[in-house]
Design a protein around this ligand. Sequence first.
Ligand code: PLP
Length: 333
Amino acid sequence: MFDSVPRCHLATLPTPLEAGPELDGGVRLWVKRDDLTGLGGGGNKARKLEFLCADALERGARSLVTVGAAQSNHCRMTAAAGAVLGLEVHLVLAGDRPEVPAGNQLLSQLFGAHLHFTGIDDSRWGELEIYREQLIESLIADGAAPYGIGIGGSSPIGALGYVAGFMELMTDLERAGIEPAAIITTSSSGGTHAGLVAGRALWQARGHAVPEVIAVGVAKGVNAGLPDIVALAGEALALIGADTGLVTADDVVVDPRWMGPDYGHPTPEGDAAIDLAARHHGWIMDRTYSGKGLSGVLGMIAEGRFAPGSDIVFIHTGGTPAVFAPGGAAVAP
Ligand SMILES: Cc1ncc(COP(=O)(O)O)c(C=O)c1O
């Protein structure tokens, strides 16, 4: 299915599917450990970068330029991909240069990336993108042959990572004899979610029963319907020659209730979910993404959203290095 698109090997796949605790109403939680994709500390972006970086190489790029929040996991993993592939990496980051880099920034620097601090606020993605465009222009003028990757790598090419990821998960589940009621992921720039719903539609078109896919939105954009997940999924499907109309608006479910006041602002529910994950299984979740995502899963289960005895899969999309940045965890004294 993916033969028509270039892909390079960056991630350690398949990632494990682990059994979690039984929760309210006998609902069983399973966790797909995409925090263990390997590349530069792991996380969901490794899957997207396999397709994005292959496209960059095919186009003759010598450098990668991307953008993100101050503690962007996507930027850190792009830095690692550049180190693997021998490409120079430029990261346009929110915030100011810290005196001592920590978490994702520390790793990005270790991987040899150039960090461009913009002084722009974490959630002002439009302004960050403009900065990235300007940087690309100056790199072109310098002959650096840059390849631009938009926020979160959530282009149709990037979303292919999670079309493939959905297929991998279905294979895991078939082997384990599990038929989940839902697959739940954390969503911020939308590419993971779009890839999953595209993969789900393909799987269904092949005659399989499919679970619901639910996104827990942790950024204002995705919670307001941006990007358009139906369009993004359709464009991803087009790249592999599939029917672009397979995904409809009914397939796109975003639960916006777990973000709290804004992207990157910790919530009590998120911190409680982080504690449960850590103490139950040694799972490490962060306060911007996976912790809030899991809080959504727990909240939906507590509301009785799933039938008693159902299996639910949460995709642990990563975020581990952010735990080691200032304020990255709420640890009781
Ligand atoms: C740890 C983690 N989880 C989830 C996401 C959300 O993925 P997406 O941007 O594809 O919606 C991100 C994106 O930055 C992330 O770093």
